[in-house]
Design a protein around this ligand. Structure first.
Ligand code: GLN
Length: 538
């Protein structure tokens, strides 16, 4: 058996094999919070193809039943590696099924939710229960399963029980192999992190030595080796991901990284200037700002369909960007260099999404940060993708941003859509209407900041509704469009609820917008939730 190399990572790593559970990424998440690095790979991973040696292995939960035809199974070679293994839910069932096909059956009742678990301290042979060390004898755990372990696999003993699951926790008598029916990675299992720590640190012996600074050092070294003397291109938007990725490239290869910011005419007030200032002055990044606002706004004339707006802007962006790439390439070639890489700010959740348990090759999906750009860049121009943030979660990127000294306002910025204000100006996009939305948005966001509410809100903006309403200003009748304010609270952007502003605050915002922005008759507040509404209007 080939034993994988130990020197690839500068830190101890727990391998998490993903059997398709919706919580698998939380396992890696919890371990990283303990400063233990964990990498998640699909359950189809073969040990022979692994380039590094894990300190331990976790088999995740999953939607399949182990006894089903076509159910995924772990490469048996992992059991020969001699490192500790922990099976969670499907993972536990997989461990048991390998040793006896009748060990796992469909249960009579699905168990979904809380369960009271009793941990055994010692078994009849006097084995100590290391997985539950330091936990109370009775703990609350969270379950989500329909199948059941009905027999103890040979060589195992029970380390925990619940009323419904006689074998809620099992351990091998001599080898460091453990299985639990519940999910320690979800917050509904309050002591779950302690249990994962027992496994990773005490049982696997992993050092808690993963830090962001070490990650940066390793990533910079990796980028330098990968890129050599080549040049790298990247589109920046002023958002946290592209800014942090750009800063990392700058640290690694200096001015051989070329950032491009395209002004599409639908940016917010002073946005281009601010991005330029931050990237060039504060972060020293080699940035070209391309003002294509006229081209974009001309092309948007008469377009009212939201999808058409998005498509046009996405397509135009590629045209503008490609023209810029040619310019940069010409300049670089002149001095003997070559642009061979394209930077993409892919984050870990995107990677997780594309690494399905059915095997990466069948389901890999291209992620587009900017409508269709990477594919055309990589396929059309033969550029290779470089994704320095692909192992990080969003809040880890924010932490990295803070460590790079990027201003907190930028690090904590609300997401902003690629098509910019064009999808917040409902109906036809004209320079005048963009300007109204821009001013109203600026007032709203400034007031939110002044009230200290910005970080409590996930996303906030002002939109412009083309419907006209009547108003009276200075004894004169006005007939003008309406501004819609939207602010939502959410943790994952999949569901969201409207932010509950004090009434008095919303009234003050409305007064200022109507008084200060010409062309607005009324201000409305959108209280819809997602679903059924979306966060953006179009
Ligand atoms: N599909 C298996 C069951 O229902 C495992 C579920 C899981 O891993 N959450 O028991």
């Amino acid at each position: 058996m080939a034993v994988p190399d130990d020197s690839v990572h500068q830190w101890d790593t727990i391998l998490t094999l993903d059997f398709g559970s919706q919580y698998t990424h939380l396992i890696t998440r919890r371990l990283r919070e303990l400063n233990v690095f964990s990498e998640m790979l699909p359950c189809t991973q073969k040990l022979a193809d692994l380039k590094w040696k894990p300190k331990g292995i976790i088999l995740s939960g999953g939607p399949y039943s182990v006894y089903e035809e076509g159910a995924p199974h772990v490469d048996p070679a992992f059991f020969e590696l001699g490192v500790p293994i922990l099976g969670i839910c499907y993972g536990l069932q997989e461990i048991a099924y390998r040793l006896g096909k009748d060990n796992v059956v469909a249960g009579t009742a699905r168990e979904y939710g809380h369960a009271d678990l009793t941990a055994k301290r010692l078994d009849g042979e006097g084995h100590v229960n290391r997985l539950f060390a330091g936990l109370e004898d009775h703990v609350k755990v969270w379950m989500s399963h329909g199948d059941k372990l009905v027999k103890l696999p040979e060589g195992f003993h029970t380390i925990a029980t619940t009323q419904n699951s006689e074998y809620a926790g099992i351990a091998h008598e001599t080898k460091p192999i453990y299985g639990i029916q519940f999910h320690p990675e979800v917050t509904h299992t309050p002591d779950g992190t302690k249990l994962l720590k027992n496994f990773a640190v005490d049982i696997c012996g992993a050092k808690q030595n993963w830090t962001m600074a070490k990650f940066v050092d390793q990533e910079i070294a990796r980028i330098r080796k990968l890129v050599g003397d080549d040049h790298v291109l990247g589109a920046v938007s002023g958002g946290v991901d592209s800014t942090v990725a750009a800063k990392l490239m700058k640290e690694a290869i200096g001015d051989r990284f070329h950032a491009v910011l395209v002004n599409n005419g639908c940016m917010r007030l002073n946005e281009c200037e601010q991005v330029h200032e931050t990237l060039t002055k504060h972060l020293g990044i080699n940035l070209t700002v391309v003002d294509a606002s006229k081209e974009f706004l001309d092309g948007l004339k008469g377009v009212t369909d939201p999808e058409q707006k998005r498509k046009f802007i996405g397509g135009k962006f590629i045209d503008v960007f490609e023209a810029q790439v040619e310019k940069i390439e010409a300049a670089v070639e002149h001095s003997g260099g070559k642009v061979k890489w394209f930077l993409q700010g892919t984050l870990y959740p995107d990677v997780i999404e594309s690494l399905s348990f059915k095997g990466p090759s069948a389901t890999i999906k291209t992620h587009h940060n900017v409508g269709g750009l990477p594919k055309r860049m990589t396929e059309g121009q033969g550029l290779k993708l470089i994704e320095p943030l692909r192992e990080l979660f969003k809040d880890e990127v924010r932490q990295l941003g803070r460590e790079f000294g990027i201003h907190p306002d930028l690090v904590n910025r609300h997401p902003f859509p690629g098509p910019g204000l064009s999808i917040r100006v409902l109906g036809e996009v004209t320079p005048e209407r963009i300007e109204i939305a821009r001013k109203a948005d600026h007032i709203f966001i400034s007031m939110i900041r002044e009230a200290g509410l910005y970080d409590k809100i996930a996303q906030a903006y002002a939109a412009l509704d083309p419907t006209k309403a009547v108003g009276v200003m200075g004894d004169k009748r006005v007939h003008a469009e309406m501004v819609i304010l939207r602010a939502v609270e959410t943790t994952d952007f999949m569901t969201a609820t409207a932010f509950n502003f004090p009434h008095e605050f919303i009234t003050r915002v409305a007064t200022r917008i109507i008084n200060e922005v010409h062309g607005v008759s009324r201000v409305l507040y959108d209280v819809s939730s997602k679903p059924p509404a979306t966060i953006e209007m179009e």
